[in-house]
Write a protein that binds this ligand. Structure first.
Ligand SMILES: [Zn+2]
Length: 290
């Protein structure tokens, strides 16, 4: 079993008004996949960097170019079309692998880009959120810390941030401080994505009250999963808990985007409920009641 730590960089439309909305709203197009491969003892055995040439947001956004150091010419010379870049990445992952990332925030962008190119999103592997594991095992809470902060706490020095490969290698250094062989199993959780859709909402309130967004079919048994009301997580992100009559349980996240025309879009991701996700959900719920 390989553990694949990866990080993504993506480009944005130079002007919000030019963001593509068909077949769905696309906030970011992937330009770089950086990854570190760990063996079953969590030692880094290989690294990978793949550039992808954007098809929609071809001109690099100034802020992103200066943040990542990725410029038009680099992508012109080294960027592969996304399906090829993705294939290269997945082939490199090996036969059996699980994903590890620092936070789950790159996940919606990955799903969007896969869906945009017709890549199957139904077979995502087990997924470990190292930000969550670090928070619980080292900081003993459910607060989210930045990778930079975690490195500092652990006395690690890293390579420059905002480079997908460096960030992956830096994240791998955190693993040395976590007893993953002992407790990784506790954090196992499957992730399920649904295809992005083009439903438009006229306010944040209508998103949060939409009954369709509070139900879905269980990916295991197909039965109806009913969710509790959305609880605010951070920025425009919300969480909920869903359960079906067979007792299958899910931790559901919803991210809401406001487009420049004032309309809203919503994106959901389901995770298999685990003990620590349950605790995280309860924490948020209690915080709301105080
Ligand atoms: Zn079920």
């Amino acid at each position: 079993m390989n553990y694949i730590i990866f990080d993504l960089e993506w480009n944005q439309p130079t002007e919000e008004a030019t963001a593509i909305r068909e077949p769905f709203y696309l906030p970011g197009e992937i330009i770089e996949i950086g990854a570190a491969k760990l063996d079953e003892h969590f030692h880094v055995i290989d690294t990978l960097r793949v550039y992808s040439k954007p098809q929609h947001y071809k001109k690099m956004h100034k802020r992103i170019a200066s943040l990542t150091g990725i410029h038009d010419r680099l992508l012109e010379e080294q960027g592969l079309p996304f399906p090829e870049a993705y294939r290269k990445f997945i082939d490199w992952c090996g036969e059996k692998y699980a994903f590890m990332t620092w936070s789950m925030s790159d996940l919606p962008t990955l799903i969007d880009n896969m869906a945009l190119h017709g890549i199957d999103i139904s077979g995502l592997p087990d997924w470990y959120d190292l930000q969550r594991i670090f928070g619980r095992e080292i900081m003993r809470g459910t607060v989210k810390y930045s990778l930079e902060y975690a490195m500092e706490v652990l006395g690690e020095s890293g390579d420059a941030a905002h480079d997908a490969m460096n960030d992956s290698v830096n994240t791998a250094k955190i693993c040395d401080h976590l007893d993953l062989e002992e407790y990784l199993d506790e954090y196992a959780s499957r992730v399920f994505a649904e295809l992005p859709n083009d439903r438009s909402f006229d306010s944040q309130q209508t998103v949060l009250q939409d009954p369709e967004l509070l139900r879905f079919s269980c990916p295991w048994c197909g039965k109806a999963v009913a969710c509790e009301g959305w609880i605010h997580d951070w920025k425009q992100n919300y969480v909920s808990y869903g359960q079906d009559e067979d007792g299958d349980e899910f931790y559901v996240t919803l991210s809401v985007s406001r487009l420049c025309d004032g309309t809203f879009r919503a994106k959901r991701i389901f995770q298999e409920m685990s003990d620590d996700l349950w605790e995280q959900y309860q924490d948020k719920k209690e915080a709301l009641e105080v």
